[in-house]
Design a protein around this ligand. Structure first.
Ligand code: GLU
Length: 388
């Protein structure tokens, strides 16, 4: 069959492949610890569920019109101003089924075939395929473990060409857990000011999951580049709402009008009762803070234990909920090591190479899991590594 060549050639999502593999192993009765997917183990806070249920029962089950419910756009505009220092009118916001869909729509609306899109490598598994769906050309800007994955003006400048149209960044970062420092943001701003054709997409879906009292920075807070920054965020990670599929995009009207056209022809709207629940979710600060407190506790304990394993080196990530560990013995690459630990320790993670060349040598394990599961995983990993 002559199907779309671009789509046929896409790599499947490693996150989803490993999440499925773990589910299948569990269903087959294997005693595995599943740390593959980036998904909070917490239930969605009760007030959010109650609001969705109440709205459904009240008959709020029809299409909604526009980019989102006006009261949700209003509330998100206040949130972005107060928490992220982003000045953004309600009509510069669009609500999407998950942050991933927001990224997809924005990339499709921005790139023309052949346009180059820079992304920081290691990178979350879906940026490259999304760029490719638009017949864009993904261009990695390789960051290094040794340099703590610091992004610099020089590294960006080295990869820019006449055809560069986009730069995609993600902080707090999946998979490395790094957050954007003020110096890095200065470098990005300098790059953006020198390259006026470039649009920056900032994926901030882990924005609220930061530790040690740190804060994640938003590039759209810099007024000089604000009009060329697309900010994507969502409720999946912060409010434990992965299955609800709920995200949003904030961008200038020019970018949003085009992105919204694609939304109209592919989605129509996000479920109304889910949008109503989102309004309540934005007020669940106490519940969200408690989840972050738990992640921090788990991070400290899990990374602490892994660091004591011969062949493993792990830094405390300042954000997101992934242990991104350097793991090597016997010259095994990350795919081989991940498979070895899957078979020998029955712990499911994702090989660093799934995140690009810059991820080789590392493994990703999610610590959005119970403390018991994490301690068990660390013990099993130690026993398996000691056998090598
Ligand atoms: N973002 C999460 C992960 O990296 C969930 C799955 C996905 O959408 O990629 O595991």
């Amino acid at each position: 069959m002559q199907l779309n060549q671009n789509i046929m050639n896409l790599k499947p999502s490693a996150s989803l492949v490993f999440m499925k593999k773990a589910k299948e192993m569990k269903a087959a009765g294997l005693d595995i610890v599943d740390l593959a997917g980036g998904e909070p183990d917490f239930d969605t806070p009760a007030p959010i569920i109650e609001e969705a249920y109440r709205q459904m029962k009240a008959g709020f089950t029809h299409y909604t019109v526009g980019q989102a419910l006006p009261e949700l756009m209003e509330k998100l505009s206040v949130k972005l101003k107060e928490e992220n220092d982003i000045l953004c009118r309600p009509d510069e916001i669009m609500v999407t089924p998950g942050g991933k869909n927001g990224i997809y729509l924005a990339v499709r609306a921005i790139l023309n075939p052949g346009d180059e899109a820079l992304y920081l490598d290691p990178a979350w598994v879906s940026y490259v395929p999304i760029i490719q769906t638009a017949a864009g050309v993904p261009v990695p800007v390789k960051l290094s473990y040794e340099n703590h994955y610091r992004v610099t003006y020089e590294a960006l400048k080295e990869k820019v060409t006449e055809k560069t149209k986009m730069l995609i960044i993600n902080y707090p970062n999946n998979p490395t857990g790094k957050i954007l420092s003020a110096e890095e943001l200065d470098d990005i701003e300098k790059f953006m000011l020198e390259n006026q054709k470039v649009i920056l997409l900032s994926d901030e879906v882990y924005e609220r999951i930061v530790f040690d009292g740190k804060k994640s920075l938003s590039p759209a807070s810099r007024s000089a580049i604000r009009d060329r920054v697309v900010t994507v965020n969502g409720f999946s990670k912060s409010a434990a709402m992965t299955g609800w599929r709920l995200g949003y995009v904030a961008a200038s009207r020019e970018i949003l009008v085009s992105t919204y056209k694609l939304f109209q022809h592919s989605l129509s709207c996000v479920s109304g009762f889910v949008q109503k629940a989102a309004i309540v979710a934005l007020d669940c600060q106490k519940e969200m803070d408690e989840m972050v407190r738990c992640y921090e506790e788990r991070r400290n304990a899990f990374i602490g234990k892994l660091n004591a394993v011969d062949g493993i080196e792990a830094e405390l990530p300042p954000g997101a909920f992934y242990a991104w560990i350097k793991c090597s013995k016997n010259n095994m690459n990350s795919q081989e090591m991940c498979e070895y630990l899957l078979n020998e320790a029955k712990v499911v993670g994702v090989p660093g190479s799934s995140y690009g060349e810059g991820g080789e040598g590392c493994l990703r394990y999610s610590f959005a899991n119970s403390m018991d599961a994490l301690m068990e995983a660390a013990d099993r990993i130690k026993a398996a590594m000691d056998k090598l």
